[in-house]
Design a protein around this ligand. Structure first.
Ligand SMILES: Nc1nc2c(ncn2[C@@H]2O[C@H](COP(=O)(O)OP(=O)(O)OP(=O)(O)O)[C@@H](O)[C@H]2O)c(=O)[nH]1
Ligand SMILES: [Mg+2]
Length: 223
């Protein structure tokens, strides 16, 4: 039985990866840059996205897919910024899977976007195993969570190209060392790119948005 369990999981992951690959091919054709955001509950994913879409919306076509166990509150927060958002409620599943994204894409396939942001379900473990076809995976770590988290939840930090240290305005109140968090993450992924942001003060948001625009251009440049 133990082996059967493992095989089922492997099959599931293989099917997910095949579907994710086909989603990525579609998005490359459409020049849609897709970003998958992962973090613990409450690390500031929606807050970061609120500021991000606000900056991008005048020049780019932006869509946000919001993954949650229940409620469409996060999608409402994005819509309040004048940007399209689709809520995917997983009804208990602790991560998004490629077939959930594919279902959304079936509905909206006639429309194209420059940026799609996928806010994964708040969880630092499960989402790390599921490729959603994204071009860029970003893990968020907030100051109150502690700088030891990369070592404790390695897969999220090993599979993300970028890490955002969020809630930097809270640094004076917590025993959090950004350099230690970065060093811990680099042990898992030496080339991880690190941003420092605060959605409260706006610190670091311009640099983060500029980096996203450049990453999109680089992905679709035909040099
Ligand atoms: N001080 C401070 N608080 C923040 C910052 N960003 C977010 N918060 C607060 O942290 C809480 C959670 O923020 P969200 O953006 O909802 O976090 P999330 O990661 O989207 O949460 P889930 O979707 O539930 O996983 C809210 O009360 C925010 O106001 C920040 O930069 N500084
Ligand atoms: Mg959220």
């Amino acid at each position: 039985m133990k082996h059967l369990h493992v095989d089922v999981k492997q099959d599931l992951l293989r099917a997910n990866d095949l579907l994710a690959r086909s989603l990525r091919e579609t998005w490359v054709r459409q020049e849609t840059f897709v970003v998958n955001l992962l973090s613990s509950p409450g690390s500031g994913k929606t807050s970061l996205l609120e500021g991000t879409v606000e900056s991008l919306r005048s020049s780019y076509r932006v869509l946000v897919l919001e993954g949650d166990l229940e409620t469409d509150r996060d999608a409402e927060r994005i819509r309040a910024r004048g940007v399209e958002a689709v809520q995917i409620t997983t009804g208990g599943t602790c991560h998004l899977e490629a077939h959930m994204i594919a279902q959304v894409w079936e509905q909206i396939k006639e429309k194209t976007y420059d940026f799609v942001f996928i806010e994964n379900v708040g969880n630092l473990v499960c989402p790390a195993s599921f490729d959603l076809g994204e071009h860029l995976r970003v893990v968020l770590l907030s100051v109150p969570e502690g700088d030891d988290k990369p070592a404790k939840y390695p897969k999220a930090f090993r599979t993300a190209q970028w890490m955002v240290l969020t809630k930097m305005d809270l640094l004076p109140h917590f025993d959090f060392d950004p350099d230690r968090a970065e060093a811990e993450a680099r042990k898992l992924r030496p080339d991880i790119r690190v941003f420092h942001t605060s959605s409260r003060t706006g610190e670091g948001l311009d640099g983060w948005v500029r980096a996203l625009i450049l990453a999109r251009e680089k992905t679709f440049s035909r040099s």
